[in-house]
Design a protein around this ligand. Sequence first.
Ligand SMILES: O=C(NCCc1nnc(-c2ccc3[nH]cnc3c2)[nH]1)c1cc(-c2ccc(F)cc2)cc(O)c1O
Ligand SMILES: [Mg+2]
Length: 214
Amino acid sequence: TGSSRPQRMLKAVQKNATKGDPESVISAIDYYCRHKEWAMNVGDEKGLILDSVLTEVNPSTALELGTYCGYSTVRIARLLSPGSKLITVEFNPAFAAVARQIIAYAGLQDKVTLVEGPSGDLIPKMKARFGIKSFDFVFLDHWKDRYVPDTKLLEDCGLVSEGSVLLADNVICPGAPEYLKYVRNSPRYESRYYKSNLEYTKVEDGLEKSVFLG
Ligand SMILES: O=C(NCCc1nnc(-c2ccc3[nH]cnc3c2)[nH]1)c1cc(-c2ccc(F)cc2)cc(O)c1O
Ligand SMILES: [Mg+2]
């Protein structure tokens, strides 16, 4: 059988990026996905918004739901201060296998813990398994119908506290309408929409940043 899209993306990184250089890994993936083969990375345009929110929050503990090939994992981990940790959750073993290699190629494996499995099962185990008190930053980029249940789960497990920042990808395309209703109508969140475009396209998409008020 032939290679998969994630495997071809990995090959492009190994061919065009410099080992240990996260910026070159990000550029290699963006080039490949813009000019060769589209893929569902957050991308360069929304990636700049992710970078700016991350820099503002400067999280000690961060969670990513939906690793895919590790593009946003690398974008997040490269901006973390020394000693800060990123936990990323991936459901699909084939995606996880590629992501591990891309994260390692960027030299960021010491800042990242990739856990495989359904987010709904893993979130309640985070405190016990990783000694997490709460997450300062959560990037939601997994199945769009999991955004609401997993946000409620994070609240119920005490994994978000006053000031925790949730940043959700794809709130317009493919869309997460229930999530937008949830965070925008809840008195416990202060939300703001960052208008952008679907990765590598001219189609509108955006990120929703929601600060948990406790
Ligand atoms: O489906 C997406 N992303 C999700 C992948 C994933 N990677 N890992 C998971 C996971 C991880 C733990 C989980 N636990 C339970 N479900 C889980 C699902 N899900 C997605 C889709 C598009 C897209 C737009 C327009 C199109 F025409 C086609 C596609 C764009 C994007 O930026 C996306 O992020
Ligand atoms: Mg996305």
